[in-house]
Design a protein around this ligand. Structure first.
Ligand SMILES: Cc1cc2nc3c(=O)[nH]c(=O)nc-3n(C[C@H](O)[C@H](O)[C@H](O)COP(=O)(O)OP(=O)(O)OC[C@H]3O[C@@H](n4cnc5c(N)ncnc54)[C@H](O)[C@@H]3O)c2cc1C
Length: 450
């Protein structure tokens, strides 16, 4: 019998296993896929370069993840790697914004206006989290559009625009339907918008040279045969002092504790005996796993650099609304990454790869010009079609659900513990959240095992 059996070899499961092993406990990690990393994955290209198909950007405060990066002797790459203008396309018109003069585009009054707005937003996010009675009494006001709130709380147009750009870069979509409440849920649990804007007004993001997948790979190597790949868990039987995991091939694994790292809705695909409390199933139902197709257009060269562009763009319409230059060392080609998200991902996921490639190229041509060259390849990962992820980037908590049940989701059911990006109050949905939750679930198991 193991001290702990862990379901899933994503970042949360790997980190939890390593931590428990370092405390002298016996561990096994059961992973359905034929690789470690879960929602962190690389595609290796013929020329020796790579694409990151899942989690990629390391934001401010990702300290636990950065500790692993350094531990394994990996390097970070600051962003943007190249200079160049940023393209913003709105109301059918694309304009170039000089990235390096970003701060200069906001005068001191506008910077302080933006700062005040972000501070108010953060205070409201804390209030929403700490004061359910206030949230209930103000639910109509919280249902107003975030854009409207920003307009009435930031006096200058430039601060309002910059707010939308930073919000989008950090959390994705912001449109007329985004409510203040949804914005506050993201602000309360995601990266800190103020530190993103710190020092020079730009997003401070890092990548790992070789991809974040190298971290998962290194953890997997360290753990050796503790990780069992191609091992699908189908059922969890748990009692007061031990658990048995049933595998798809009929084998049974016994352990004193279990850490499940499956996102809430995916966890419901497993049979549990005794069944999980009804509130968990109801909450999981309201926690949508997210729907994003991460896609790359590969060009024979990074043509945008010749035009003084950074490759980064943001648009208010089209199939792909944000793009980034993710070209890495070791290639003469140019890698332009974009996301199909929300309703675009929903409808285009039902179409062919060729149609999605065309739709991406069309969006790029609208932003970068009709003379954008023909790409040499198109590569994508539709995370909703992945049976062992069920969506991405991470779960979206329907309005009110995080406040009502979010923190409770991480509470163990006896010997059954939960970890993963969706089970954490800070950095929820992010790689940092996955690592932190893995560590805290391991600490809980260790303290019960002492
Ligand atoms: C396209 C995309 C872009 C992203 N971008 C970023 C980013 O830039 N920055 C950031 O911080 N985060 C990003 N994320 C989110 C980040 O990747 C995840 O939050 C994080 O990797 C989740 O780790 P985890 O260990 O909690 O879950 P997972 O990685 O999902 O691990 C769960 C594991 O359980 C396994 N599993 C599932 N079912 C079973 C079963 N029945 N039996 C056994 N094993 C099973 C799965 O195969 C998987 O390996 C992105 C995600 C995606 C998909």
């Amino acid at each position: 019998m193991f001290d702990c059996a862990i379901i899933g070899a994503g970042l949360a499961g790997l980190v939890a296993a390593q931590d428990l092993r370092s405390r002298g406990l016996s561990v096994v990690v059961l992973e359905a896929r034929d690789r470690v990393g879960g929602r962190v994955e690389n595609a290796e290209l013929a020329d020796g370069s790579y694409l990151e198909l899942g989690g990629q950007w390391i934001g401010p405060g990702f300290d636990a993840l950065l500790e692993l990066v350094h531990k394994y002797g990996l390097e970070t790459i600051p962003l943007p790697t190249q200079g160049g203008d940023f393209i913003v396309r709105a109301h059918g018109k694309a304009v170039q914004i000089p990235t390096d003069e970003d701060r200069a585009t906001l005068n001191p009054f506008e910077i302080s206006d933006l700062g005040q707005g972000l501070l108010r937003l953060r205070r409201l996010a804390h209030r929403l989290e700490d004061d359910p009675a206030w949230a209930a009494a103000n639910h109509v006001w919280l249902g107003q559009s975030l854009r409207r709130w920003a307009k009435s709380n930031m006096r200058t147009k430039k601060a309002q625009q910059r707010f939308e750009e930073v919000y989008r870069a950090a959390f994705g979509e912001l449109d007329e339907d985004t409510t203040l409440k949804q914005g506050l849920d993201f602000v309360g649990t995601g990266p800190d918008l103020e530190s993103m804007l710190a020092t020079n007004g730009k997003l401070q993001q890092l990548r790992v040279r070789g991809g974040v997948y190298r971290v998962a790979e290194a953890l997997g190597k360290d753990l050796g045969d503790v990780v069992r790949l191609r091992t699908v868990v189908t059922k969890v039987r748990h009692s007061a002092d031990e658990a048995t995991l049933e595998l798809a091939d009929g084998e049974e694994i016994r352990a004193r504790h279990v850490i499940s790292t499956l996102p809430p809705r995916l966890a419901m695909n497993l049979e549990h005996e005794p069944p999980l409390p009804a509130w968990r199933a109801e909450a999981a139902d309201k926690v949508s796993p997210g729907n994003v197709i991460k896609a790359y257009l590969l060009f024979d060269r990074p043509f945008w650099r010749e035009r003084g562009l950074s490759g980064q763009s943001s648009a208010d319409e089209g199939a792909v609304r944000v793009t980034f230059d993710t070209t890495t060392d070791g290639t003469t080609g140019g890698h332009l990454m974009g996301f199909f998200a929300g309703s675009e991902a929903d409808s285009l996921s039902k179409r062919t790869t060729t149609i999605r490639e065309r739709a991406f190229l069309e969006s790029v041509r609208q932003s970068f010009g009709s003379d954008v060259p023909k790409p040499v390849a198109y590569i994508e990962r539709d995370w909703s079609a992945e049976p062992y992820s069920g969506g991405c980037h991470g779960a979206h908590f329907a309005p009110g659900i995080w406040t009502a049940v979010g923190p409770g989701l991480a509470e163990p059911e006896g010997v059954l513990h939960w970890a993963g990006a969706e089970y954490t109050t800070k950095f929820n949905g992010y790689m940092e959240g996955a690592v932190r939750s893995g560590l805290s679930a391991a600490a809980a198991v260790a303290s019960q095992s002492a």
